[in-house]
Design a protein around this ligand. Structure first.
Ligand SMILES: Cc1cc2nc3c(=O)[nH]c(=O)nc-3n(C[C@H](O)[C@H](O)[C@H](O)COP(=O)(O)OP(=O)(O)OC[C@H]3O[C@@H](n4cnc5c(N)ncnc54)[C@H](O)[C@@H]3O)c2cc1C
Length: 387
């Protein structure tokens, strides 16, 4: 039996990490700063990620994926985020949407879209949030009305990553107002439908991916483009949060790790008062402390993924990671900017762009307050949510 020391990566995962690290640092690291200032969607980089097999990692081989475990996905986003958070987000978003299509899509839906999604030819987005429903995500106004052969979708989604570049959107909508989550379904909407309009939102980070709103006016969605069962659309998306919240934390500490590595290098070569700034404990302790925090997030992230692979509950761990990981990463990058002095603050280095990307991740997929409510509910019970 193949064994490896507990709480360490086995040889397959190490080999995969080294492969992604090589790709990320050779192809995306030097160009990250320029890309971070541009609103052009990185279609050719998306193709490179597809070519490396990174867009369908956990999808089974019959459906065109790699059949890997979720730890592989965690390692991929962490390594990519070291080089460029937007590259990590591309892989994070594509695996989420493609995974839903593979697991819940009809044969026709898979034949039409899935292979092209995994090949990096089709851009997807996930549309849950609405102007009046963010944290209170089940309180949806977007309506799906039954018609012959399908559904008519009307309403507005907002804050949707890649909305303005997407070819298809997974839209979560209410089929039976007043029935709560029991009436919610998930629908695959073509973004080129004449009833769909996407509007960009001006953002400080993740500029190449963009965020936007999607307005739908009686958009016809055939039955073949419904994901899973009506009534299960909300839990379908919610279940994925345990994975995506964990991935966001790993992604963010991947980015923080680069800031820490940059600070280590800089502090060895920058001299003040006749000696390297690293020789001051006021500098080295900052690096020591942030390395401690990022290492702890990484271990908790791998643990949450381990629980997921083992089929064990990990909702509380994922919520812990989601509130803490982005905060740990943000604080680390912020302090590494200060360790770089005036050059750290400038746009000549990527540190500010990294900070802006990580700050968006504090909110996307649920705010810290909502995560603490989730942890409280898991540990104490529904009384935490006021019911
Ligand atoms: C970078 C980024 C990318 C995103 N990408 C997507 C995407 O692709 N698809 C998508 O559907 N959505 C996306 N979102 C939206 C995101 O999921 C929501 O913004 C988030 O869930 C919060 O909702 P809200 O903005 O409406 O804030 P609100 O729900 O209005 O909350 C406002 C504030 O009140 C606090 N609050 C609310 N309720 C409580 C409570 N009961 N107790 C304590 N505090 C509370 C919140 O924590 C927050 O600080 C993205 C957001 C960002 C920033």
């Amino acid at each position: 039996m193949e064994t490896h020391a507990p709480f360490t990566l086995g040889p397959d995962h190490v080999a995969f990490r080294d492969m992604v690290r090589g790709l990320a640092r050779s192809r995306f690291m030097d160009s990250m700063l320029e890309r971070s200032q541009s609103e052009k969607f990185p279609m050719s980089e998306f193709g490179e990620l597809a070519e490396a097999g990174l867009l369908g990692l956990c999808i089974n081989e019959e459906n065109g994926g790699q059949g890997a475990d979720e730890l592989i996905l965690g390692i991929a986003v962490e390594e990519l985020a070291y080089a460029d958070p937007s590259m990590a987000y591309l892989v994070f978003g594509a695996n989420g949407a493609n995974g839903l299509l593979a697991a819940q899509g009809s044969q026709e839906l898979k034949e039409t879209w899935l292979a092209r999604c995994i090949a990096g030819e089709v851009v997807t987005c996930l549309a849950l949030t609405e102007p009046g429903a963010g944290s209170d995500a089940a309180n949806l106004s977007t309506r799906a009305e039954r018609v012959e052969g399908g559904w008519l979708l009307t309403g507005e989604k907002t804050s949707i990553t890649q909305a303005v570049h997407a070819d298809i959107a997974i839209v979560v909508a209410q089929t039976a107002p007043g029935t709560g989550t029991k009436g919610i379904g998930s629908f695959v909407v073509r973004m080129d439908d004449e009833g769909v309009q996407a509007h960009p939102i001006k953002d400080p980070g993740f500029k190449p991916l963009g965020r936007g709103s999607i307005v739908m006016d009686k958009v016809f969605v055939p039955d073949s483009h419904v994901l899973g069962e009506i009534g299960k659309g909300f839990s379908l998306v919610m279940r994925e949060f345990d994975l995506t919240r964990t991935l966001i934390a790993l992604m963010n500490i991947g980015t923080a790790q680069r800031a820490i590595d940059m600070a280590i290098e800089y502090s060895k070569q920058r001299e003040t008062f006749g000696r390297p700034i690293a020789s001051n404990q006021g500098v080295s302790f900052v690096i020591a402390e942030h390395s401690t925090f990022t290492s702890a997030v990484r271990v908790l992230g791998y643990h949450a993924l381990g629980l997921r692979i083992a089929g064990q509950p990990h909702t509380a761990e994922a919520a812990m990671l989601k509130w803490w990981g982005p905060q740990v990463a943000f604080n680390a990058i912020k302090d590494c900017i200060v360790l770089h002095g005036q050059v750290g603050w400038s746009d000549e280095l990527p540190l500010q762009a990294m900070l802006r990307d990580v700050s968006g991740c504090m909110i996307g997929d649920g705010t810290p307050q909502i995560q603490k409510l989730v942890i409280g509910r898991e540990l104490i019970g529904n009384v935490v949510m006021g019911r």
